[in-house]
Design a protein around this ligand. Structure first.
Ligand SMILES: [Zn+2]
Length: 250
């Protein structure tokens, strides 16, 4: 089998290799990615501990992104209303969707990613107050040492009446967030916070931090509205709450 693989590799131009891996290793009809529309017989395993069917082999999205797209499509006016959107630490597939959506005035930002349209530190956003109708910030705050300052900055640039989806990994067995600025080595961070570049492990008090920054917070268990067949088809996690953060009208 390996010999055949090697021969095929030599015969087929390199630019088609990724496409061929997709076709032979992943394509099928069991699972559907709502982010790219791809259909697969399996997805990539990822994470620690390893999660099967976690990452889409075509657009690279994870379970949380698939739930995000379904939520935005089915529960919000994101793809219908005229919205000024700020996307922090953009995923390529999501940026492509947003740039192609005629109703969105889209800006992406990151501290360093070449993919992002703007580069800045989340704790010091170089933009005026009350600028965006919607902010998407997925799995970013757990990397930011002064997350309260970052939350206050996100609140500041959100328009009154606007909403933000601010998502972080949460240990649901933990009431209080655990952080220790003295933990700086990647090995210790991985052991204590779950990933070598995380600076804390959020607990259920994440919502209190958001409220302290000014947001009105609603926690939605959107997956409850999906059937078990849909959860399986889209390869979603068994449970993932969505934190909808609003800035009250003045
Ligand atoms: Zn996909």
């Amino acid at each position: 089998m390996n010999v055949i693989k090697e021969i095929l590799k030599k015969l087929i131009p390199e630019k088609w290799h990724d496409q061929l891996v997709l076709v032979f290793k992943y394509y099928g009809f069991q699972y559907t990615c709502p982010c790219c529309g791809g259909r697969f017989r399996r997805m990539r395993s990822a994470g620690s501990p390893l999660r099967v069917n976690a990452q889409c082999p075509k657009c690279q999205c994870f379970e949380r992104h698939r739930l995000l797209i379904l939520y935005l499509k089915n529960k919000t006016g994101f793809f219908k209303d005229n919205l000024k959107v700020l996307d922090i630490a953009p995923m390529e597939f999501f940026q492509k969707i947003c740039k192609g959506a005629p109703n969105l005035d889209y800006t992406s930002a990151d501290i360093s990613s070449p993919l992002a349209m703007m580069h800045f530190d989340l704790t010091d956003i170089p933009l005026p107050d009350n600028r965006f109708d919607c902010i998407i910030c997925y799995h970013v705050l757990e990397h930011v040492p002064d997350d309260m300052k970052a939350m206050r900055e996100l609140y500041r640039v959100l328009k009154p009446g606007g909403w933000a989806l601010l998502q972080v990994p949460i240990d649901v067995n933990r009431r209080e967030t655990f952080e220790d600025p003295g933990v700086t080595s990647p090995e210790e961070r991985k052991r204590l916070f779950g990933q070598d570049d995380h600076v804390r492990l959020y607990g259920l008090d994440f919502q209190d931090r958001l409220r302290e920054a000014g947001f009105t917070v609603r926690i939605e268990d959107y997956q409850k509205e999906l059937t078990s067949a849909e959860i399986k088809k889209y390869c979603l996690l068994e449970k993932e709450d969505i934190y909808i953060c609003a800035k009250e009208q003045l």
